[in-house]
Ligand binder design. Structure first.
Ligand SMILES: O=P(O)(O)O[C@@H]1[C@@H](OP(=O)(O)O)[C@H](OP(=O)(O)O)[C@H](O)[C@H](OP(=O)(O)O)[C@H]1OP(=O)(O)O
Ligand SMILES: Nc1ncnc2c1ncn2[C@@H]1O[C@H](COP(=O)(O)OP(=O)(O)OP(=O)(O)O)[C@@H](O)[C@H]1O
Length: 399
C-alpha cells in the first residue's frame, strides 16, 4: 500500500490513541501515543497491538458472540517514518489542545488499520453517533454509580469545567423515559461520552462546543433533519436508538441521577425498550468482576512470574476464567477484572440510515476493546480509594 499523508485526516483521540481516517478508502489508522519526548520502540508498539488483537480475537469476540455481537478489530500495519512524521505535522492544528501532551512518537510506527465505523454505509451520507456509556451498575454497598461519583473529582482535577448530569444507570435501564433523559444530558454536556460525525467529520462533541462554540449544537440537529427529511428528526433518531440499544437485565437506580418520573407523566412513551441489544451484552460483561480494585491488586501481587507472563498473552483460558461460578483463583480474579474494565471503557459507533417508510436503521460497532495493561492495576486502586472518600461525605453524593 502507498502511504501518503495527504490521503489521511484527523478523526479523534483518547488518552492512549490517535485516529486518522481515509475518506476514499473508508479506513482508519489507530496510532499509540506517548508523552512528548518519551521514546517508544517499534517493538513496544508491535507487542502492545498484538496483545490487544489477541485479546479481542480469543477473549472479547467469543464473549460478545454469546450475545450475538461481533467485534471487528482490524489488522496490524507497519508505517514508514516519513509518512508518520509528515502526518503528525499535518494534523497537529486539528488536535484538541488538552490532548497535546502526548504525540505519535517520531519515526516508523506500527498501527492498526481498521474499517471506518463513522462511514461504513456506501453511497449515502453517513451520520454516526459515538457513545461511551461507561459502568452500567451501582456497586454493592453504594448508592450512586461510579460515573456520577467521579464527576466532582474530574472537575477538581481540571478534566472538565462543568458537571454532566448524564447517568449510565439510566441509559442502561429498560425504561425509555430514563434512557431519553440520559441522552438529553449527554447532548447537553457530552464530555467524552458522546460525539456526532457527518461523513467522517466531527460535527458535535465536547471539542466542537469548545472550538466552534454553541452554534454546532443548533447546526447538527439541522443536518440530521436534512438527512432524514422530516422535522425534529434528532428526537426520533434518539427515541428509536434507545429502543435498539437494549438494556441491562437488572433495572437499577442511581441515587445521584436527577431523573424524576413525574417530568414524564404526559409522555406517550411510558414503555420499555427491547432488552436485547448491545447494552445488554456490555452490562453483563461489565459484571464479570465483583472484586474491588484493592482485592485485585492483592491477587496480582500473589501471582508467580509465569502467571504474570500469562496476563501478557491472553488465551482461550481467559474464557474459562470469565465463566467460572465459584473457586476463583488469583489469576481468574485478575483476568476477570481486566475483562470487566475493558468493557466499562469501550464505545459504540452507530451509523443510522433513514428508510423511506420513516423507519430508521442502525448499524452498530464496538471500538476501544483494549486489554488494560496490568501496570494500570495500581491506578485502578487509587481511583477506587478516591471514590470511597467521596462516599464518606454524603454532601457530595447527591449533587
Ligand atoms: O477510570 P475511568 O473510568 O475514569 O476511565 C478512564 C477514562 O476516563 P473517563 O472516565 O472515560 O473519562 C479515560 O478516558 P479519556 O482518555 O480521559 O477520555 C481512558 O479511557 C482510560 O483508559 P486508558 O488509560 O486510555 O486505557 C480510562 O481508565 P481505566 O480505568 O478504564 O483504565
Ligand atoms: N474504527 C473506527 N472508526 C471510526 N472512528 C474510530 C474508530 N476507532 C476509533 N475511532 C475514533 O477515534 C477515537 C479515539 O479512539 P480510541 O477510543 O480507540 O482511543 P483511546 O485513546 O483508546 O480512548 P480512551 O481514552 O477512551 O481509552 C474514538 O473515540 C473514535 O471517535
Amino acid at each position: 500500500m502507498h502511504w501518503d499523508p495527504k490521503d489521511w485526516a484527523y478523526r479523534a483521540e483518547g488518552g492512549k490513541h490517535l485516529v486518522v481516517f481515509n475518506q476514499s478508502l473508508r479506513k482508519v489508522l489507530r496510532f499509540i501515543k506517548a508523552p512528548i519526548g518519551l521514546e517508544r520502540t517499534l517493538e513496544e508498539d508491535k507487542r502492545e497491538i498484538e496483545r490487544r488483537l489477541r485479546f479481542e480475537k480469543l477473549v472479547v469476540s467469543p464473549l460478545l458472540a454469546e450475545f450475538g455481537l461481533q467485534a471487528d478489530s482490524g489488522s496490524l500495519v507497519c508505517l514508514p517514518a516519513d509518512f508518520c512524521n509528515r502526518l503528525s505535522k499535518r494534523i497537529s492544528n486539528d488536535r484538541p489542545p488538552a490532548r497535546k501532551d502526548k504525540v505519535i512518537p517520531p519515526g516508523a510506527r506500527f498501527a492498526v488499520l481498521q474499517d471506518d465505523f463513522c462511514q461504513n454505509i456506501p453511497f449515502v451520507s453517513n451520520i454516526a453517533i459515538e457513545l461511551k456509556p461507561k459502568c452500567s451498575f451501582v456497586q454493592p454497598n453504594r448508592r450512586s454509580c461510579q460515573f456520577c461519583l467521579m464527576q466532582l473529582e474530574k472537575i477538581r482535577r481540571g478534566k472538565y469545567d462543568s458537571r454532566s448530569a448524564y447517568c449510565p444507570v439510566d441509559l442502561f435501564s429498560s425504561d425509555l423515559n430514563r434512557k431519553r433523559f440520559a441522552f438529553a444530558h449527554l447532548l447537553e454536556n457530552p464530555q467524552n461520552n458522546l460525539r456526532f460525525f457527518c461523513d467522517g467529520e466531527l460535527i458535535y462533541s465536547m471539542e466542537t462546543l469548545e472550538h466552534v462554540g454553541a452554534s454546532c449544537a443548533k447546526r447538527f440537529p439541522q443536518l440530521i433533519e436534512k438527512l432524514c427529511g422530516f422535522p425534529d428528526a434528532l428526537d426520533k433518531v434518539i427515541f428509536d436508538l434507545c429502543n435498539v440499544l437494549g438494556a441491562s437485565e437488572n433495572d437499577e437506580h442511581c441515587f445521584s441521577s436527577t431523573f424524576k418520573n413525574e417530568n414524564f407523566k404526559n409522555s406517550e412513551s411510558s414503555l420499555s425498550c427491547y432488552q436485547n441489544g448491545p447494552l445488554r451484552a456490555l452490562a453483563a460483561l461489565q459484571r464479570t468482576s465483583s472484586h474491588s480494585a484493592n482485592e485485585v491488586l492483592e491477587s496480582f501481587k500473589r501471582l508467580s512470574p509465569k502467571q504474570v507472563e500469562d496476563l501478557e498473552n491472553p488465551s482461550h483460558n481467559w474464557l474459562a476464567s470469565a465463566k467460572k461460578q465459584t473457586d476463583l483463583s488469583d489469576v481468574d480474579i485478575v483476568r476477570r477484572h481486566l475483562i470487566s474494565k475493558t468493557i466499562k471503557d469501550c464505545s459504540l459507533m452507530i451509523v443510522f440510515i433513514p428508510k423511506k417508510d420513516g423507519d430508521i436503521h442502525f448499524k452498530m460497532e464496538i471500538v476501544d476493546l483494549d486489554l488494560k495493561p496490568t501496570s494500570k492495576l495500581f491506578e485502578h486502586k487509587t481511583k477506587e480509594d478516591a471514590l470511597l472518600k467521596i462516599r464518606e461525605n454524603p454532601a457530595t453524593t447527591n449533587l
